[in-house]
Design a protein around this ligand. Structure first.
Ligand code: NAP
Length: 296
């Protein structure tokens, strides 16, 4: 029976993990863990905790996500995003449990001009991207029943996410300068989590067999694409407290004007057709999702 299966959720406080903690509830007995109870830089302890739970499914929402800091902390970034993930994938094989692993559009270099499919060659430009790519490869090399779900430009409406930061700037600054040469697929963590849960519901509790039969890499992000500038303009337009905005103009800028430690890919729109074909599910257009996320 579906609800007797143990699902271990790794990372319950992050943007996606927070939503998964809620959406996975109908699908089994959810054991949700986060730092410091689990620490991906101490894999032995993590693995023995997971082993003791004998899960039918592991969902990994933990990641080192600070793209710029990763350039000066490459060891820690690799440990969390790839080396510990490899151990986890080996453990999933031993325990014969399903493994869902989240990855990123930053595995691409962004030099393409049409949305990336799962077949397109990867070529990360920064340490975060290369550590996430190594994590994907480890999962695919070891876990017999796995989904590697690449998402992009996540926002959550919680804590200090990108949407919240834009709203804060809009209360403080008359002019915003936002890059218009970075294009991606904004993705609301709540809907992403619902998509993952709806796909998992199709397993009817047989997580290992179902995930093994549908094994592979999938792109899963808000439908369509926008530049950072278009995204910001939409956030300001949909802001339910527009009267509090001080911002009078939003000017286009170029990525090169804002040097950062990590180089970012410029175009990473994701083609999510494969996920739709296999599971019959798709995320709505990014601006429609944003409108729902901004509703009071
Ligand atoms: N954010 C994006 O725009 C974006 C874009 C594409 C793909 N993704 C991918 O989507 C997934 C979810 O991202 P997110 O935005 O939800 O990330 P997030 O909000 O940064 O959450 C990551 C989680 O990992 C935990 N964590 C970090 N270091 C840890 C460690 N050493 N041991 C145990 N837990 C640790 C964090 O705990 P603390 O909060 O305590 O550090 C947090 O709960 C990740 O795989 C990410 O690579 C994200």
């Amino acid at each position: 029976m579906a609800t007797s299966a143990t699902i271990v959720l790794l990372g319950k406080i992050g943007q996606l993990g927070w939503e998964l903690h809620r959406d996975l509830q109908p699908l089994g007995r959810v054991v949700a863990l986060d730092f410091p109870q689990i620490d991906f830089s101490r894999p032995d302890e993590l693995l023995s905790m997971v082993e003791s739970l004998q899960p039918a499914l592991i969902v990994n929402a933990v990641a080192y996500t600070n793209v710029d800091k990763a350039e000066s902390e490459p060891e820690l970034c690799d440990q969390i995003n790839s080396r510990t993930v490899e151990r986890l994938a080996q453990q999933a094989a031993r325990l014969r449990c399903g493994l869902i692993h989240i990855s990123t559009d930053y595995v691409f270099d962004g030099f393409q001009s049409r949305p990336y499919t799962e077949e397109d060659p990867t070529h990360p430009l920064n340490r975060y991207g290369s550590s996430k790519l190594a994590g994907e490869q480890a999962v695919l090399a070891h876990a017999p029943a796995c989904w590697v779900l690449r998402t992009a430009w996540l926002y959550s409406r919680r804590a200090n996410d990108f949407v919240q930061r834009v709203l804060t700037w809009s209360r403080q600054q008359e002019t915003l300068k936002i890059v218009d040469d970075q294009v991606g697929s904004p993705t609301w963590a709540r809907l992403l989590s619902q998509m993952i849960s709806l796909a998992l519901a199709q397993a009817k509790g047989e997580y290992f067999n179902y995930i093994r039969d549908t094994r592979g890499v999938y792109h899963l992000a808000g439908d369509g694409a926008a530049s950072r500038l278009e995204w910001v303009q939409k956030i300001l337009e949909l802001d339910p407290a527009r009267q509090e905005q001080k911002t009078r103009q939003v000017l286009p800028a170029k990525t090169a004007e804002f040097p950062t430690p990590a180089q970012r890919p410029l175009f990473t729109a994701l083609d999510c057709g494969k996920f739709e074909r296999v599971f019959g599910l798709r995320l709505p257009p990014w601006d429609q999702a944003l409108a729902l996320a901004m509703e009071k």
